[in-house]
Ligand binder design. Structure first.
Ligand SMILES: NC(=O)c1ccc[n+]([C@@H]2O[C@H](COP(=O)([O-])OP(=O)(O)OC[C@H]3O[C@@H](n4cnc5c(N)ncnc54)[C@H](O)[C@@H]3O)[C@@H](O)[C@H]2O)c1
Length: 260
């Protein structure tokens, strides 16, 4: 029987690549995105048509669900859709994220700082709140996976991005706690920490640092280039698989060596 996943932030970038990687591996996927701009943030988020395109490319194995990760009920509906349509849940992948900053922390508009913490950190905890019980509803022996996307920012002090660094460090800490909490249930919790990956959030990061584009970030990574979203998705897809049963509480760098 094919495995079933819920993926947030699915309409573009790393989330879209994760939907594609899981579908290619035979998973059935509920692809979740807010599909609307955030009035607190000065850059565009993904659209409904982008989410529909991701789902169409994945074929009949995927279904779209519009929800903001700050809305627990919207995420609960995504999990319910997975259970009703596909018969259960085997993985929940918290990819949705936003960035803001670019000025000293006291000068960051409060609404922007709140959005960064609420989407990146609370959104991940919200997904765990509704998805972990569903992962545990699968009968033993289980191979459930709670996965999140942290960032190299979780361990590096990135100037003018204090809230983003704090939120991503929080994601890593939550994953470690969940891993111990889930113990021998067969459900694991892991995260990946991407380096600079060629997506819209990186373009916004470049703008926040007054760079013309994201190209200069490549030089910070020993591999000498930006990552492709598919390279991050490939590691998430492995961590989602039953083969990753020996790994829990890990925050796996997929950063081209940025953290070295
Ligand atoms: N690209 C990088 O260099 C990089 C590096 C480290 C970590 N990350 C993390 O990777 C994850 C994916 O980002 P990306 O690089 O694909 O950027 P992206 O901006 O292309 O994708 C983010 C997606 O999340 C969605 N989203 C935003 N707010 C949402 C909300 N409240 N509810 C539901 N969906 C929402 C957006 O619509 C978009 O589809 C994020 O958590 C980001 O912080 C990215």
């Amino acid at each position: 029987m094919s495995r079933v996943a819920v993926v947030t932030g699915a309409a573009r970038g790393i989330g879209a690549a994760t939907v594609a990687a899981l579908a290619a591996a035979g998973w059935q996927v509920v692809a979740v995105d807010a599909c609307t701009d955030d009035p607190a943030l000065p850059y565009p988020l993904a659209s409904r048509s982008q989410l529909d395109a991701v789902v169409a490319a994945a074929g009949e194995q995927a279904v779209a669900h519009v929800a903001d990760v700050r809305d627990v009920d919207g995420l609960a509906a995504a999990v319910a859709l997975a259970e009703e349509r596909f018969g259960g849940l085997d993985a929940a992948v918290a990819v949705a994220g936003v960035i803001a900053g670019g000025v000293p922390q006291p000068d960051v508009p409060l609404a922007q700082e709140r959005a960064v913490v609420d989407v990146n950190l609370t959104g991940t905890l919200n997904l765990a709140r509704v998805a972990v019980p569903a992962l545990l509803r699968r009968p033993a022996p289980r191979s459930g996976r709670f996965l999140a996307v942290a960032s190299a920012a979780a361990t590096r002090g990135l100037p003018l991005l204090a809230a983003y660094c704090a939120a991503k460090a929080g994601v890593a800490a939550a994953i470690r706690a969940l891993a111990v909490e889930l113990g021998p249930t067969g459900v694991t919790a892991n995260a990946v920490s991407p380096g600079s990956t060629d997506t819209d959030i990186l373009a916004e990061s470049a703008r926040l640092y007054a760079l013309p584009d994201a190209t200069p970030f490549a030089a910070q990574q020993p591999i000498g280039r930006l990552l492709d979203p598919g390279e991050v998705a490939a590691v998430l897809a492995f961590l989602a698989s039953p083969a990753a049963s020996g790994t829990t509480g890990a925050v796996v760098p997929v950063d081209g060596g940025l953290a070295l």
